[in-house]
Design a protein around this ligand. Sequence first.
Ligand SMILES: NC(=O)c1ccc[n+]([C@@H]2O[C@H](COP(=O)([O-])OP(=O)(O)OC[C@H]3O[C@@H](n4cnc5c(N)ncnc54)[C@H](O)[C@@H]3O)[C@@H](O)[C@H]2O)c1
Length: 345
Amino acid sequence: MKVLITGGCGFLGVNTCEYFQNLGWNVTALDNLTTYEMNKSGYKNPEARVYTYNYLKTLGIDVLIGDIRNEQFMKKLKSKDFDYIINCAAQPTMTLAIENPVLDMQVNIAGVINVLELGRRLDIPVTLCSSIHVYGNKLNQNLKETETRFMSVPESIDENEPILTGDITPLHVSKRAMELYGLCYTNTYGLKVGIFRFTGLYGPMQLAGAHHGWVSNFIIRTLLHLPITIFGSDKQVRDILYVTDASRVFQKFYEHSVPGIYNTGGGIESAVSLGETLSFIAQTTGVKQEIILKPARFGDLHYFVCNIDKAKSQLYWEPLVKPTEGLTLTMNWIKKHLDLFEGMK
Ligand SMILES: NC(=O)c1ccc[n+]([C@@H]2O[C@H](COP(=O)([O-])OP(=O)(O)OC[C@H]3O[C@@H](n4cnc5c(N)ncnc54)[C@H](O)[C@@H]3O)[C@@H](O)[C@H]2O)c1
């Protein structure tokens, strides 16, 4: 079986390439190796951007350097006999979408249509990565507080929750438009499209900065003895999801092929607050962090825990890696690769 993984040199992409190769699939990665986010995240080591590319090469995985926005390039891929497309290529961050809404739209909407078109021409299933941000931050208004975290009733949120409530940033629009195109390709062309509203993902090979990937960012900065900025409150909560569990949902979608939208997170058992995560990292590494508190950022969602019943019942998927195990694996990887982060501000 042959899978095309776009954004294959990104965090989710590279882990998913390795995951599918381990399943015995023939994997092709596609990536434009953008440095847009990394340049803004204080990365000084040029090796950091090509780390995942080189890693895929050591695994013997083909990497096509190309851009999903390039219609001609994408059309040429029709000659390949892929069985499945997993689209991880994206402009993934809210802050950078606010800064550059045109780039955000071009990648997350126009680029994704080229990917769906490829799926339509080859008549193969396609998965798209959405985000729990599509729900919007009106959810912030009904939170209660315990000593260490915000709480919500109900504790977990399913796909029937109203979307686009509260502040609407360009990322909300591009992710929702992408979802609608996914639903439309299923409805109009019968394409099997799986749309995953991911919560906060974490794991090895996440070259995280201030804009996305907070779990890895906290670990990197702790180990480098750099101050850590919290926007808003350290009581913010996410049901963090270890990256191989995210890759496995793509496998389950291929096997069960029930098109639609799925909330995809660690669920109630993996709900953690920022402060609890920082404490766990401090205890495990023995490093006391310097925390800087700044006001909440526009559009931020202060609580989200996925109700994952739909993915469980339709795709027979559930997360397997608990936060203590996943955080330890992530810390071990970052410790071994600290040179990639040298010189970070
Ligand atoms: N990481 C998370 O916590 C998280 C949470 C929710 C949703 N998601 C979604 O999962 C997906 C993957 O996220 P990630 O964390 O791996 O992001 P990432 O930034 O690490 O990876 C994205 C990859 O896409 C590539 N890319 C960007 N524009 C491209 C283009 N025009 N053509 C080809 N390649 C291009 C980049 O070079 C990069 O390697 C995104 O859609 C993101 O919104 C991620």
